[in-house]
Design a protein around this ligand. Sequence first.
Ligand SMILES: [Zn+2]
Length: 407
Amino acid sequence: MKCRHCHAALADVFIDLGAAPPSNAFLRDQDLTRPELHFPLKVYTCRDCRLVQVDEVQRHDALFSDDYVYFSSFSASWLAHARRYVAEVAARLALGAESLVMEVASNDGYLLQYVQQRGIPCVGVEPTASTARVAREKGIESLEAFFGEAFARRFAGERRQADLVLGNNVLAHVPDINDFVAGLREALAPGGTVTVEFPHLMQLVQQCQFDTVYHEHFSYLSLHTVQRIFAMRGLAVWDVQVLPTHGGSLRVWAQHAANPRPAQASVDAMLRAEAAAGMLEPAFYRGLQRQAERIKDDLLTFLIEAKRTGKTVAAYGAAAKGNTLLNFAGVRPDLLPYVVDASPHKQGRFLPGSRIPVLAEARLRDTRPDYILVLPWNLRDEISAQLGYVREWGGRLVTAVPALRIG
Ligand SMILES: [Zn+2]
């Protein structure tokens, strides 16, 4: 087993969560009589480049089927984040009617719709047919393809290179990160800018966010590692921003290495912060397993105690991280009878592995549970405002990560 970036042998285990089905493989009624594919969920740290990564790349078709059910536009806070980003980047890079913006993993057009509203030409690249179709219905050009060096070279040859190439939460999700970054370079016009956002490994470890580990999430990234991978493919990081999204993310701004734009002080500051956090030392990468087991034990204790004392519990948000948590903890419908989710694409299905039914939010009012376990803990404030009505019957919100909290 070799590192997917530097090809050093992988030996150091970052976390081992056993085996689980792909986190977006929601089940239909008829699937309940069939076996489910489980894959090992074990993550390693490369001793050389410190790229934290899943042990082997699973087959694409098992992870991203055509009925893949994640539609970005169903999260209000994510839409607001996209709108703010577009306003900022359009001003900062002076984008206009002569520019071209390319988004990789453009999903249902949740972000490019704001680019289009400003009259800036744009194109999305999206491998998932169902989301690409929704984007096209909004009038956004969406090419159904896996992005990489070959795709970008072909696109640049037939069309043109882009002034802005962006990818939000895709860098960590691509199996071949070297090829992907080479694609960013090939797609980028001279003088252009790449921006990528990814959950920050520093926050993952410091905040015990082990439930953000799932199969589709191939890499766990620091600025040190991203800078190294970019440099090897001819891209230079010139700015970095800290974002609150996904429990703490980085947005990296990069350009062709030959470009003259000077690096902002933010880059050195973040590299120093990572070093100060211990990210250059092996010990940093060794404590998460124990923390994950503590979170699992606390959650199970809470659920069992609630059941024994006649309290009812439901969950909110059928997010990928919820599936990691529930499957690692071995939670089944006897402890958690249902989860509600705003996405109609998930309602009527069952969570992979745990087989907990996904229902519409109205079910909360009908059944008035004593506790609502919020699985996307990163959206706790947004969800808490939205679920204010549960206080009418004394309902309380619960989050499990980074520590059990009953609100
Ligand atoms: Zn490596």
